[in-house]
Design a protein around this ligand. Structure first.
Ligand code: PGA
Length: 256
């Protein structure tokens, strides 16, 4: 069985004291023996959150990074810096990076390759907008995100990659994809990974669902066979709701 993975994407929220308190509460209470748990604070709080998580096994992720190791790239942060500050993971290709900040598939692919080469684990996000879904282009868009995002990534490197299906219309909107809608896309992505990188890789890769995941819809979503965890935004900002999502995931996967 694939080990489920629940990660909190804190986006551009919280201050230093709040981030540290949330991290400490999660590290203290999260039952992560049989499940991966991660938290992705803003860059400026990575240091504090990594210190709170040190030695706990809870993953700390950056929400983005650049693809160069160093140099004249004002405002950017390299994969090496992310590692140096105590993180083991980076989220790449989030829809807010794609649609608000204008990141292209090609840039995201460069970031994926640079991050893996530096020794980071990657959570690669994919997902269609409402227009794309209504225009019948969901599979084509998800296929492009996976194909382009993973270009040049080896089967061996895939052990450090988690995919996150996040339909853009479900992010921060309170509109969750139904478990069936999410499962349908996950069940489309897995054979695609198989075609690109082989069946063992496809069978092993975790595919998280993200988009208005909350304590009360987690069980149903996580009960789907190809949904291996969650990437949680709003509901990850409070320890109670995030910890409940972790527990509900464990229950749905028969671990509790
Ligand atoms: P949401 O965000 O849970 O607030 O919808 C999910 C995400 O963007 O990762």
């Amino acid at each position: 069985m694939r080990k489920p993975y629940v990660a909190g994407n804190w986006k551009m929220n919280l201050n230093r004291a709040e981030a540290t308190a949330l991290a400490s509460a999660i590290v203290k209470a999260a039952d992560h023996k049989d499940i991966d748990v991660g938290m992705a604070p803003p860059f400026v709080y990575l240091d504090a959150v990594a210190a709170a998580a040190k030695g706990s096994g809870v993953h700390v992720a950056a929400q983005n990074c650049y693809f160069e190791a160093k140099g004249a790239f004002t405002g950017e942060v390299s994969p090496q810096m992310v590692l140096d500050v105590g993180c083991d993971t980076v989220i790449l290709g989030h829809s807010e990076r794609r649609h608000v900040l204008g990141e292209t598939d090609q840039m995201i692919n460069q970031k994926v390759k640079a991050s893996l080469a530096a020794g980071l684990k990657v959570i690669l996000c994919l997902g269609e907008t409402l227009d794309e879904r209504e225009g019948g282009r969901t599979n084509a868009v998800c296929e492009r995100h996976v194909r382009e995002g993973l270009k040049g990534v080896t089967a061996a490197q895939m052990a450090s990659v988690v995919l996150a299906y996040e339909p853009v219309w479900a992010i921060g909107t309170g509109k969750t994809a139904s478990p069936e809608q999410a499962q349908e896309v996950h069940a489309f992505v897995r054979p695609l990974v198989s075609a690109l990188l082989g069946k063992p890789v496809a069978d092993a890769v975790r595919i998280q669902y993200g988009g208005s995941v909350k304590a009360d819809n987690t069980f149903e979503l996580m009960s789907q066979p190809d949904i291996d965890g969650a990437l949680v935004g709003g509901a990850a900002l409070k320890a109670d709701s995030f910890l409940t999502i972790v527990q509900e995931t464990r229950k749905a996967k028969g671990l509790a």
